[in-house]
Design a binder for this molecule. Structure first.
Ligand code: GTP
Ligand code: MG
Length: 211
């Protein structure tokens, strides 16, 4: 009896950094390809999730110093779609000026009329969603953009603790636990499920045109 190898929902053929958006009026990718953005607080693991997703060690810069990514960084994958690495929020030691710039940048990107198809919202599996996380989720809800809830660093939890933790976070956010995807950029767990969800987002009709 032969077993079929698991099919990769997103085979990576090419990944290319195409630029950064630093201000609401600043450069952003030309609107040719669908985009998916990764959002979350500083240090939650956004860059690591992106690297896992595209199977590159260093596409997005991973840092031990939170608050490093200040621009929205864009990467084209397979000449097919664009991934956006959003700057993290909620890092206390970022200057007031940087904090004041963050919101207009993110909001102009998300609520603008670009080809953004969805947001992957990351939450640390070890912690309850913070006030900033809730604000972000409320904002995404108010815009109406499709949002995937993805837990990071699930490798830091024991196998026994996982299911309970996912249920707790689902309860806090009033979601069904099945709507939450648990991932680890350390082990690669959840990568294919996330890849499949991203492929769904970019292949579905844009939410913006829906009435
Ligand atoms: P900013 O760009 O500063 O907002 O951070 P980020 O959200 O991009 O986080 P980043 O990917 O840089 O990861 C932050 C730290 O968490 C790094 O030290 C990573 O190695 C670590 N990390 C990220 N994902 C995981 C994971 O799944 N498991 C474990 N154990 N560590 C992780
Ligand atoms: Mg980062």
């Amino acid at each position: 009896m032969s077993t079929t190898p698991p099919v990769d929902p997103l085979v990576i053929k090419s990944v290319e950094f195409i630029g950064g958006m630093a201000s609401p009026e600043g450069w952003r990718p030309p609107a040719g390809l669908p985009e998916v953005a990764v959002s979350g607080r500083s240090n939650v693991g956004k860059s690591s999730v992106l690297n896992r997703l595209v199977r590159r060690k260093k596409m997005a810069r991973v840092s031990n110093t939170p608050g490093r990514t200040r621009e929205i960084n864009f990467f084209t994958v397979n000449d097919q779609f664009v991934l956006a690495d959003l700057p993290g929020y909620g890092y206390a030691r970022v200057s007031k000026e940087a904090k004041a710039l963050w919101r207009p940048l993110i909001e102009s990107y998300i609520s603008g009329d670009g080809p953004l198809r969805g947001v992957v919202q990351l939450l640390d599996s070890r912690h309850d969603p913070t006030g900033d996380d809730r604000q972000m989720l409320d904002y995404l809800g108010s815009v109406g953009i499709p949002t995937l809830i993805v837990l990071t660093k699930i490798d830091k939890l024991t196998a026994r603790a996982r299911a309970g933790r996912i249920e707790e976070i689902a309860g806090l956010l009033e979601l069904d636990p099945e709507q939450i995807l648990a991932t680890s950029s350390e082990t690669g767990e959840g990568r294919d499920e996330l890849a499949a969800a991203v492929v769904d987002l970019i292949t579905q009709p844009s939410w913006r045109s829906q009435t």
